[in-house]
Ligand binder design. Structure first.
Ligand code: FES
Length: 88
């Protein structure tokens, strides 16, 4: 993996692991300090320190695959809402 590449890995039944030179910010553009090059972002929605994972996904037995859900569109054909549209 090149040093300047950001890689996001959805872990089976767990968080999104983000590795690389990323910047994390809230929807208003305010920086969220991370202080490291690898971070686990909550995917289950139940962490008490969102947006970070605190391990609660194990307690609630969160289930999600590491790959696309069966029957879902691939990202190449899925429609994504533009960032600007989300703020209005
Ligand atoms: S994914 Fe770990 S607490 Fe939500």
């Amino acid at each position: 993996m090149p040093e300047d590449e950001v890689v996001i890995t959805p872990y089976r039944d767990g968080p999104l692991l983000v590795r690389g030179p990323f910047t994390l910010q809230d929807q208003d553009g305010n920086a969220i300090e991370v202080g490291r090059k690898t971070v686990a972002l909550c995917r289950c929605g139940k962490s008490r320190m969102r947006p970070f994972c605190d391990g609660t996904h194990k307690v609630i037995r969160f289930k999600a695959p590491s790959t696309l859900e069966d029957g879902r569109e691939s990202p190449a054909s899925a429609r994504f809402q533009r960032d600007d549209d989300a703020r209005t």
